[in-house]
Design a protein around this ligand. Structure first.
Ligand SMILES: [Zn+2]
Length: 371
């Protein structure tokens, strides 16, 4: 394991920041895998999975079993990790401007398309190399305006030339689920099964440029822009949601790390016997079919469905109880599907999202992710 510290933009003169990056295997070896944890800095289940992955990678490297290259960033957001308000950690949004740390990554497609026009050939692998070089060059020219931009640019720069990107997050209260580009469904089907995911959500574009899409989406769009040239999908990227924010145990983290390792073994990054992939708990469904359950009233929230529950349209997900009148209003699912996540709060205002149900009927349009 080689560890480096990358200096970031200081928050103020003297308030220096750095990113810790671990590297395993030979630089330049393929497949190249980029893994990061806690981009939303208060999402610790990914951070502890990274802790267990680091130990496993060190042991595998000592045995000479890392055939590709692995980059692991165990704590991807030092800005967010230092933020607190009235004792509560705030790791999702940048307190300086309210921006979600997992939105607003560089959308490089137009400039990359310009750069590669006339240079693509009939050789798919050569085209992949050309596009990776163009993406890195365009990212280097991406302007930054604040410390979070510099962090985003640095993280994307580490990931953008990888074959596979795993971005480890968690939800509020949830079962394991994951997000990826529609064209990565087959690539991540074994990982979804190995993790025991209850929902696998697919989109071509979910809105506001999250990290995983900044890595994957260019490949789909460039292939569509240049149909006369072979452009293999150069970066399969996924956002992994390791349950809820309180689900920080060695048992969960070891199981998650083992699932990631099994996937990397299947992918040839780690040498070893191909693991048996168990039957998946879910099939991929469109993110546009993931239906929020809004609160129909303001009041106390008493959930009637646990994360992972299979629900039907009309099923009661929660009761909303007015503390003054005692009125009870049921919050119902609008879709058949799996209720894969719900909020941690137990008091809701009318219209607030209480839970998310992965359905199969793609009805939503526009921005598909929550704030
Ligand atoms: Zn997150």
């Amino acid at each position: 394991m080689k560890t480096e510290q990358i200096a970031l933009s200081p928050l103020a003169p003297g308030a220096n920041l750095s990113l810790t990056v671990h590297r395993f295997g030979e630089a330049g070896a393929r497949p190249k895998v980029y893994i990061q944890a806690a981009l939303h800095a208060d999402e610790i289940p990914g951070m502890i999975a990274a802790h267990h992955l680091r130990e496993r990678f060190k042991a595998l490297e000592a045995e000479g079993r890392i055939k590709g290259e692995i980059i692991l960033v165990p704590s991807a957001n030092p800005i967010g990790l230092a933020q607190k308000v009235l004792g509560e950690p705030v790791g999702r949004f940048d307190l300086s401007n309210g921006m979600n740390f997992n939105r607003g990554y560089a959308y490089l497609v137009p400039k990359v398309a310009e750069r590669i026009k006339g240079k693509l050939t009939k050789d798919g692998q050569a085209n992949v190399r050309l596009i990776r070089e163009a993406m890195s060059a365009e990212l280097a020219a991406w302007p930054t305006h604040n410390a979070a931009d510099v962090l985003k640019k640095t993280l994307l720069g580490l990931a953008i030339e990888a074959d596979v990107v795993l971005d480890m997050h968690c939800d509020s209260e949830a079962v394991v689920h994951l997000y990826s580009h529609t064209r990565s469904a087959e690539e991540f089907a074994p990982l979804s099964a190995l993790l025991g995911a209850h929902a696998f959500l697919l989109a071509d574009e979910s809105g506001d440029d999250p990290f995983d899409e900044a890595c994957s989406r260019p490949w789909a769009e460039l292939a569509d822009r240049f149909p006369e040239h072979p452009i293999p999908f150069g970066c399969h990227s996924t956002t992994l949601e390791f349950r809820g924010e309180g689900d920080v145990t060695h048992e969960f983290a070891k199981a998650d790390a083992a699932a990631v390792l099994a996937y990397l073994t299947l992918r040839g990054v780690v040498a070893g016997e191909a693991p048996a992939v168990r039957q998946a708990l879910c099939t991929p469904t469109p993110l546009a079919a993931s239906e929020p359950v809004p609160s129909p009233a303001t009041g106390m929230v008493v959930f009637r469905a646990e994360p992972g529950a299979r629900v039907k349209a009309g099923d009661v997900i929660a009761e909303i109880i007015d503390p003054l009148t005692g009125d009870v209003t049921p919050a119902r699912s609008e879709a058949d599907g799996v209720m894969f996540a719900r909020i941690l709060l137990r008091f809701a205002t009318k219209g607030m999202r209480l839970a998310k149900v992965a359905g199969t009927d793609a009805r939503r349009t526009g921005k598909l992710l929550s704030a």
